[in-house]
Design a protein around this ligand. Structure first.
Ligand code: SF4
Ligand code: SF4
Length: 339
């Protein structure tokens, strides 16, 4: 694929059990915008439920042409979980006018596609749609949570020989999607480009903690204790930024935002099973005052030693600002008496 192909890459985007939020997020792509990005990458959008004028009959004809190998399916994107209920029939989500479930349709199309891309944590792992009692029997394209027991199963490989590329996130950052599509279009997406749960490493090799404006509070374990406090949200407020594989604080949302910058803890929405943490998202479970979920790569003993040392050395400025909704004490100066 890539340089040797004839004509543009054909992309088909389907939706199933989800909220459509990843599409809404994708529309926020800027510099360049989505349409410009697709054109520049040489990607032709065959159909998208929110962008295409083509109606149901047109889509059914297109699907028929793909099945008959009259139209090449280079990239199949699914947004939303695969709905397999009731009782594994998939009939909770029928593809209108076909008598076929979306589940069956996806299964057929995935065998014909050169790349299969799950957009969002629902399509990747089941996500929010699979939470709770999972009444719709939702799963991901290749995974159910951390198990490779999704619709296509552990051994599935698309025509490119790649497993499903899981652009996980709830929702996905627009650039995670456009960047992955561009990598595919350039023929540069390979097995080394995705991590152990199928996420593109272009964003999953980072941690949300990187670049968080609360890093100084984190260093001194100056913690927020209630919503709107400025301190680090790891100790009490449920922040999983030190474990979450994403670049939300360095590749900002809409050019300036992130969950942390908006005052919300990172709930690790790019991870399989994030929807069922076993406790409230806004709480940090701890044993004897030590958070259960410690930063990636850090042994517990080190964390405990560093945390107690940091707390003993916390400057008054950080201690007070951490539990305030605005800066009370400004940084001092060596030349000033208030330092
Ligand atoms: S709030 Fe979360 S992401 Fe920010 S510094 Fe604390 S642990 Fe890291
Ligand atoms: S900061 Fe965390 S919860 Fe928020 S979008 Fe990024 S990975 Fe998801």
């Amino acid at each position: 694929m890539g340089e040797s192909r004839q004509g543009p890459l054909n992309l088909l985007w389907l939706q199933s059990g989800g909220c459509g939020g990843c599409t809404l997020s994708l529309f926020c792509a800027e510099s360049p915008d989505l349409i410009t990005t697709l054109e520049a990458a040489g990607i032709k959008l065959l159909w998208h439920p929110s962008l295409s004028e083509a109606c149901g009959a047109d889509l059914r004809e297109l699907l028929q042409q793909i099945r008959a190998n009259e139209v090449r399916l280079d990239i199949l994107c699914l947004e939303g979980a695969v709905v397999t209920g009731p009782n594994g029939t998939g009939r909770f989500h029928m593809l209108s006018g076909t008598g076929q479930s979306m589940m069956e349709c996806l299964h057929t199309l995935a065998q014909l596609a050169h790349y299969v891309v799950a957009v969002g944590s629902c399509a990747a792992y089941g996500g929010i749609t699979a939470g709770g009692g999972n009444p719709s029997e939702a799963c991901g394209l290749q995974y159910t949570g951390t198990d490779k027991s999704g619709l296509l199963g552990a051994d599935f490989r698309a025509g490119s020989a790649l497993p499903v590329v899981n652009i996980a996130g709830c929702p996905t950052h627009p650039n995670w999607v456009t960047e992955t599509l561009m990598q595919i279009a350039a023929g540069q997406m390979n097995e080394q480009g995705i991590d152990q749960v199928g996420r593109p490493r272009s964003y999953a090799d980072h941690l949300v903690h990187h670049g968080c404006p609360r890093n100084e509070y984190y260093e001194f374990k100056a913690s927020a204790v209630k919503p709107s406090d400025l301190g680090c949200m790891m100790e009490y407020m449920g922040c999983l930024g030190t474990q979450a594989h994403a670049d939300c604080n360095t590749r900002l949302w809409n050019g300036e935002g992130s969950c942390l910058r908006g005052g919300y803890a990172c709930i690790n929405c790019t991870a399989p099973g994030f929807e069922e943490p076993g406790h409230a998202f806004s709480e940090t479970p701890s044993i004897a005052g030590i958070p259960i979920g410690l930063p990636t790569d850090m042994p517990k003993a080190w964390f405990v030693a560093l945390a107690s040392l940091s707390k003993a050395a916390t400057p008054k400025r950080l201690k007070e600002n951490a539990v305030s909704d605005h800066i009370r004490l400004t940084p001092g100066s060596r030349d000033r008496k208030d330092s």
